[in-house]
Design a protein around this ligand. Structure first.
Ligand SMILES: [Zn+2]
Ligand SMILES: [Zn+2]
Length: 103
């Protein structure tokens, strides 16, 4: 099992290349940009309700055999929202004040 490095923000569709420091993920690898997490999602994943953390950056160089971005490339499948904006806003409103560790 390898973390799926998704290529875009599911909310605004901006590119999030593997080396991006703006990528945020939830525990299910739902992927968004830092701006959307803060201003649109309020640290509530629209899919699972969990919080977000910075996505780790997979090393480009093969420091150890078989482990690098070249050996385990990022996904090219763009992912898009599964819910409409009104639904996502309501979902965030009812969850955002509960800390992720208590959700
Ligand atoms: Zn975004
Ligand atoms: Zn999620």
């Amino acid at each position: 099992m390898v973390l799926e490095l998704r290529p875009n923000c599911e909310f605004c569709d901006r590119d999030l290349p593997a080396a991006s420091t703006l990528a945020r993920i939830c525990a299910y690898e739902c992927t968004f940009c830092a701006d959307c997490v803060e201003t649109q999602l309020h640290n509530v994943c629209p899919n699972c309700g969990g919080g977000f953390a910075p996505r780790p950056i997979r090393p480009a160089r093969e420091w150890r055999p078989g482990l690098s971005l070249a050996k385990r490339p990022a996904s090219t499948n763009r992912v898009h929202l599964s819910y409409d904006l009104e639904n996502i806003a309501a979902h965030a409103a009812r969850i955002k004040d509960i800390p992720p560790e208590e959700r």
